[in-house]
Design a protein around this ligand. Sequence first.
Ligand code: FE2
Length: 283
Amino acid sequence: MLTAEQKCEFKDNGFIILPDFKSCAEITALKFRANEIAASHDFDVSKEVFSTDRQRGPQADRVQDYFLGSANEIRCFFEEKAFGTDGSLVQPLEQSINKIGHAMHDLDPVFHKFSHGDKLAELAADVGLSQTQIWQSMYIFKQPRIGGEVGWHQDTGFFYTTPQSVTTFWFAVDDATLENGCIWVEPGGHKSSLRQQFTRDGRQTKLIDLDTTPWPNTKSAVPVEVKAGTLVCFNGMLPHYSAPNTSDHARHAYTLHVTDGACRYAPENWIQRSNTLPVCGFV
Ligand code: FE2
């Protein structure tokens, strides 16, 4: 799949851009299904969960339970700015969803098909994953005008393994541009230390600061403007970020977070699997 030069590029920069990795038909099918899931979602339930005060009391517990329950299910999440001060949606429902997560790759046939196959397995082997384990899928809508910023982070902090192995497969479903909030990465930044780790203990989750190395900024990082169908594959240690979507067009993307089963998967990672839904690889 990758040339020797591309393998070096991945090793040196921490990421690789593969245009036309997915066909127009594959992208269209995924987008259609994502919109179907969003449209069939029980909005009355989750809207209530997300439109009132999330910070305190039973409401905070419900938000946390909804989030934790999404680990091994298919659930929709609203954009932070979806609601006005009176709790009503500021734009149509279909333009208010932030993302769908986090087990579509196992539970939905269309997502399953998109997320598996020899091509992905071959690429995974080329970037050093000997035994793939797909822990999470996310379909991100990055809605026009209200699509929020995703702050600088490293995916390793969410899928900690020893040694570090998490690799992110980021598929552009729409063209990603500076205007609609493409991702930014710091070339070579995967060689820096892990700043934060997200851990879970029962129903409690927390983000722990591990290292004070400053995050990159848009001067030291580069924007990754790519066409729909492109796969951006990156090392989980690579710091990345995406700006708010200030344009009138959505920027859909789909991600998979994959680790190497030969490494130890931390028991404090927020997503765990059991025999009822075992973690699987690309094939
Ligand atoms: Fe990320």
